[in-house]
Design a protein around this ligand. Structure first.
Ligand code: GUN
Ligand code: FE
Length: 431
């Protein structure tokens, strides 16, 4: 049992923050919160030594629901094309390099270290088609102690030969990763593995019907989660309709292959989702990964997140490196609010996101994809950040204002400690 003292802020509900000035949170040996209170005596752990973080803020850690690890080297370049030519000209050539595990090791180490830096303790990650580079990335996450669902990418059409894999080879590669990684935590069988394969057909245009069927089959057979892209760009949507003419919407094209909520599913973007697709997402409990910087950079559009929230959809935030240029999920909250303000300009009946809504999306809402993650309520896994905002001119601000200023102005320099599933996580080595 461990007890931490600090100014504690988190969102139990999306509409407001819980704020505990000089509060305490108690964490059991299994890494789960056993209690949170302003009153130590009420936590039933009086003999336990308290780690006192003084005037610092203690908040749930960040969750990134959509990011491409092999695009990390392309971060901040190639912003001059829309999605489909962007993939062909910049993204596919970079991803082909991951046939070389030496290259993969150099890049993936930097990627994992930088996720850590920005306080992201859990992520849904795309790798590439390459089984051994994907395995390496999973080992790096395990060594770091971070939580990650990692997808070896399924692709076999409309791409360079070096990024196309035979369906049988895709299945064999997955089965070897599943054998290695899908076992319960040896120390505590109540806890699922922190690092787990996630079935990852890139998107409909990259996958033949046989590839999609095989992906759906793997998800069902091994009860694994699924991730992909959905309704990101208008040209893409037209192309999907040509490739899957019997589908009634893009989401239905996945659904026909068992890739749309039959197991826990996260779909990135949903910029143009409406009508039947929205209903299907709702019915199937599919989680939407909102990636506002990517949607700006590859000129996809602005996802209607207020509408999705009001419809009761499950939503989280994603950096979508390198369509997105920024790895910080704090910055993603700011962009999500700003996108919602642009919608508001067009329609005043569509209120923009509040800070607590954006924070809740990045923590409790996104965290639900990984289990009980993203809050400090009892039973939640203790994924947390300790923020020292003393260099952000914080005197005389309320605790909530201090958090708001950290979200808008802060970066990795103010994050002093990081915890994932109850464990303090040191900086991952890059050499
Ligand atoms: N759709 C298919 N592949 C990709 C990708 O790598 N990035 C983005 N943003 N969209 C995609
Ligand atoms: Fe993406």
């Amino acid at each position: 049992m461990k007890v931490y003292k600090a100014h504690i802020l988190y969102t139990k509900e999306k509409s407001s923050f819980e704020v505990l000035e000089n509060g305490y949170v108690a964490v059991g040996t299994d890494g789960r919160v056993t209690g949170v209170s302003s009153d130590l005596a009420s936590l039933d752990c009086v003999d336990v030594e308290v780690t006192d973080f003084g005037d610092r803020l203690l908040i749930p850690a960040m969750n990134d629901l959509h990011v491409h690890a092999p695009q990390y080297r392309n971060q901040g370049i190639a912003m001059d094309l829309e999605l489909l030519p962007w993939l062909q000209n910049y993204t596919f050539p970079e991803e082909m390099k991951y046939a070389d595990t030496g290259y993969a090791k150099r890049m993936y180490r930097r990627f994992v270290r930088d996720l850590w830096r920005f306080g992201t303790m859990r992520a849904c990650v795309f790798a590439t088609i390459h089984t051994e580079s994907s395995r390496l990335l999973m080992h790096l996450f395990q060594e770091a102690g971070l939580g990650a669902f990692v997808g070896k990418v399924g692709m076999n059409r409309n791409c360079p030969e070096g990024l196309s894999e035979r369906v049988e080879d895709m299945v064999d590669g997955y089965e070897s990763l599943i054998k290695e990684f899908k076992n319960p935590s040896p120390l505590n069988s109540n806890l699922s593995p922190l690092v787990l394969p996630i079935i990852t057909p890139r998107f409909i245009p990259s996958c033949t019907p046989e590839m999609l069927r095989a992906c759906g089959g793997l998800a069902a057979k091994f009860q694994l989660p699924v991730q992909s892209h959905l309704s990101e760009n208008k040209d893409e949507i037209v192309w999907v309709q040509e490739l899957e003419p019997e589908s009634t919407c893009y989401g239905d094209a996945y659904d026909r292959y068992g890739l749309f909520g039959q197991t826990p599913t996260v779909m990135a973007h949903c910029v143009w989702t409406d009508g039947e697709e929205l209903e299907l997402i709702k019915r199937r409990g599919v989680v939407v990964a909102h990636c506002p910087t990517s949607n700006f950079n590859v000129a996809s559009g602005m996802a209607p997140i207020r509408r999705f929230l009001d419809e009761g959809l499950r939503i989280g935030l994603g950096s979508d490196i390198s369509g997105g240029h920024d790895l910080s999920i704090f910055r993603m909250m700011v962009y999500a609010i700003q996108v919602s303000k642009m919608h508001y300009q067009q329609n005043h009946e569509c209120p923009f996101l509040s800070l607590s809504e954006a924070f809740w999306l990045a923590t409790k809402s996104a965290g639900s994809f990984f289990g009980r993650v993203g809050s400090f309520e009892p039973g939640y896994e203790f994924d947390a950040l300790v923020i020292n905002d003393s260099d952000l001119n914080h005197d005389h601000y309320s605790l909530l204002e201090r958090l708001e200023r950290y979200i808008y102005l802060g970066d990795d320099r103010q994050i002093e400690h990081r915890f994932c599933r109850g464990k303090a996580i040191p900086e991952p080595l890059i050499n």
